[in-house]
Every structure is written in C-alpha cells, then in structure tokens.
Ligand binder design. Structure first.
Ligand code: FCB
Length: 451
C-alpha cells in the first residue's frame, strides 16, 4: 500500500491556531442500553422496531454498547489525541417521558462521561437533540405541537444547569432539516410521517424550540457557548439552462437558506419553487428564533446536484462516491463556507460538526486499510483551510464518526468510523484513518509549537 499523504504545510499553517480537532457521535447510534437505568423509548426506538423501516429491521437496542464501554471509547479518543468530542444526550434517558419527572440515573451517565473526558483533557461538546424525541412527547403530538417547544426549553435548561459548567459547547438541534423533511415529509426517519405541509410546520417548531432553549439556558445563567448544528451543502446546477439554474436556487433556498434566514435574518426565504410555508407562525416567533448564537455548527457530506432533465444529467463524480452513494466533492465545502460568508454578514464562528464517509471496510489481521477515508479526510480538511484563508472563521473539525455505528434506516450496514466495531464481540480496532488522523493532529500541533 502507498503511504498515505500527510496534510500539506500550507494547511497545517492555516489550521495551526484557534482550531479544535474532534470526533462526533450521537446517543441512539452508539449507546445501546435502551431500557436501562430508567430510560424510556424515543421515537427512534419505536420506528426501528416497526417492521420494514430499517435495513434487516436493525435497531439501536445494543448499538456499540457505549453506555457500558464509554471508558474504553474515551481512552481511544485520548490515544488518537483529539481536542474535543461531540456527543448527544438522549432526552428520554434524562427525562423519560419528555415532560414531568427527571431521571437522575440517566443523567449520571452523562455526568460520568463528561468528567471522564475532562480528566483526559478532551473538551465535551454536547448536542441536546439528535433526532430521538421521547415517545411520551410524540404521543402528545411530537414536533407538530407547540407545547413540545416549551418542553425542549425545559430540558435544555435542566442540562445547562446540571452539566453546563463542564461543557465546552451546547448545540440545541442536530440537522433540523432531517427531523422535519426526512422524518415528516419523506417517512424515511422517525416518526415516519409523509406530509409535506406538516414538515414545514415541524421545521418552524424546531427553530422555535431552538430559540426558546437558548433563552432558557441563558436565563439560567449558563456561560457555555451555545449554538445549533445545520446540515448544509453547496448546490450545482447541472447545466446553464434557466430551469436547472432555477432548480439549484430552490434547492439552496429550501436546504440552506430555510434554516439560516429565520436565525440570522428574521424570516423564511421567499422562493417561487417552495411549495409549503409553515402555517403555525405566531407574532414574535422570529424574535425568539433569532437569539444570538455563540457559534454555528455545520455538517457537510456532499453537494446537491440540480438537474431538471429526465433522466437527470448525472454529476461528473470525479472522485467517486462513498458507500452511501454520496458524491465525494470536497470543493463543495469551500464553496459552501465562502458562500455563507458572503451572503450572511457577521456570522459567529463556525465549527464543522460532522464530515466523514461510509466505506465498505474489512478487518484483516487486526488492520483496516481504509485509504479512501484518509483521502476524503485530507481533502475536506484542505477545503476548510482554503475557506479559512478566504476569511471564513472556521474553528474546528469533527470527524463523523468516532465509531462504526447504527446508521439510522441503513442499520449497521454503513461504516463511518475511524474505529472499526465488530458487532458480535464489540471489539474496537483503530482503522488506518484513525492513525492518520492522530498523526495529522500531531503534525499541526508541531507547527503551532504545541507538539
Ligand atoms: C448525519 C447525521 C449523523 C450520521 C451522518 C452520516 O446526517 O447527523 O447522525 O447519520 O449523517
């Protein structure tokens, strides 16, 4: 095998200061222990246990058993030398029904985890909502109900009071587009609804709940930097035809601007191609949604290719696709970041909260030779450096994911991890990409004189 290529001197110099290197996970995808210590089901438990919703009917009941093996997982992160770890809190572990009683035994897990990370010098970055609404709230209307926004604000305040002083950042939502669109319009994710008008209402409630949560956490006196994590893409029109150009504009409006503009500009984008606007906007909502952010989290995996032809004009896929079938297009990350920087003045510091690829990895003689993942990482880290050189204030990179884990409706089929997980034995093995990442981080620290 060829030696993997190291980060370039230019990239190392650009990212040497004020830049955090991390890895990311989420609760339902790794924890397991679905019914332990008082945890109640979330909508993902319900969805995954519904026949036909996930590959081979796989669920997160056991996942990576991180609930019991978290110390080993923290040790792996320390071995790699990450600065920060982004994880999410399972709401139904700390408040089983999403309203009413708190579950101290559930909170104690995060307490141990946070202290364990800090003891190893790893900054804990928590996400409050990574798609796992307590089923008890779904039973009362879920995100279609305005009351859920207030329950979320209570939950956020509880976490901020209990853990806030030890957390490096708190993000309210992860990828609200996925909750709204994949969960309520396309039926691909929990709770599995297929109703586009409902999805628009849900997107508004997610944003409202975000604003209410920022207010409640700040009112409780938290000084932890607060933000939200949005999934975004660059968009390319397949041709110069007016129809493709218009389609690209609509894709950008419904994917990127839909969440940016309520937060930063006080309203939803107007675009002729958008079919549904929320029916549940009340006076004063945008003032709540537009609470100042301490940081903006972004997740980037691939670009959106906009073609109106039948069949669609295919994208060139010059670097191929990942095991998810997603085009590998690192340049899109630079385009996205510089585009946001130009369009929205005065954005807060940005963290790349997720970026990574699924690969059909195999474990052979204790090694996983995932050269494609190394190439993907290097090119995307370069793309961040180029955006920074163009003036975008990017402060960190979190690889998705620390571990191979439960990839939602794809079950355990898709491996995103730097660490290989054998699901029969729960044996963890650092892949070549984990070793490359360790060396890359070390080389940047050397550059900064922090070696
Ligand atoms: C993102 C999710 C994350 C993971 C990756 C592959 O959309 O936030 O949980 O599934 O995609």
């Amino acid at each position: 095998m060829n030696e993997p290529i190291a980060l370039s001197a230019q990239t190392r110099a650009t990212l040497a200061r004020d830049f955090a290197w991390g890895v990311a996970t989420s609760a339902y995808q790794i924890e397991g222990a679905a019914a332990e210590d008082g945890r109640a089901p979330s909508i993902w438990d319900t969805f995954a246990h519904t026949p036909g919703k996930t590959v081979r009917g796989e669920t997160g009941d056991v996942a990576c058993d991180h609930y019991h093996r978290w110390q080993e997982d923290v040790a792996l992160m320390a071995e790699m030398g990450v600065d920060a770890y982004r994880f999410s809190i399972s709401w139904s572990r700390v408040q089983p029904l999403g309203h009413g009683a708190w579950n101290d035994a559930g909170l104690a897990f995060y307490d141990r985890l946070v202290d364990g990370l800090l003891a190893r010098g790893i900054q804990p970055s928590a996400t409050l909502y990574h798609w796992d609404l307590p089923q008890g709230l779904q039973d009362r209307g879920g995100w279609a109900s305005r009351d859920t926004c207030h329950r979320f604000a209570d939950y956020a305040e509880h976490i901020a009071r209990k853990l806030g002083d030890r957390l490096a950042t708190i993000s309210t939502h992860n990828e609200p587009w996925c909750t709204a669109t994949l969960g309520h319009a396309w039926g691909k994710f929990a709770p599995g609804d297929k109703d586009e008008a409902l999805a628009a209402d849900v997107s508004h409630h997610l944003l409202l709940s975000h604003g209410l949560a920022l207010q409640s956490m700040r009112a409780a006196g938290t000084r932890t930097p607060l933000g939200i994590v949005l999934n975004q893409s660059s968009v390319t029109a397949a041709t110069d035809s007016p129809a493709d150009v218009a389609r690209a504009a609509t894709e950008y409006a419904s994917f990127v601007r839909w969440y940016m503009e309520p937060i930063f500009q006080g309203g939803y984008p107007q675009d002729a191609g958008i079919a549904h606007y929320p029916r549940n906007v009340q006076p004063g909502d945008f003032a709540i949604i537009g609470q100042p952010l301490d940081f903006l989290g972004l997740n980037y995996y691939t670009r959106i290719w906009a073609s109106t032809a039948t069949p669609p004009v295919p994208s060139p896929n010059a670097l191929g696709v990942s095991d998810m079938g997603w085009e590998i297009y690192p340049q899109g990350l630079t385009e996205l970041l510089t585009g946001l920087h130009k369009r929205y003045m005065g954005l807060p510091p940005i963290y790349l909260m997720e970026n990574g690829m699924a690969n059909a990895d195999t474990l052979e003689d204790g090694r996983v030779h995932d050269a494609k993942r190394i190439d993907y990482m290097r090119r995307h880290i370069d793309a961040i450096a180029r955006a920074r050189e163009a003036g975008v204030d990017v402060r960190g990179f979190f690889y998705w994911s620390l571990l191979d884990n439960y990839e939602w409706d794809s079950g355990y089929d898709k491996r995103f991890g730097l660490v290989h997980v054998d699901y029969d034995t729960q044996q963890r093995t650092l892949k070549d990409s984990a070793l490359w990442y360790r060396d890359a981080m070390a080389s940047v620290r050397l550059e900064a004189g922090r070696g």
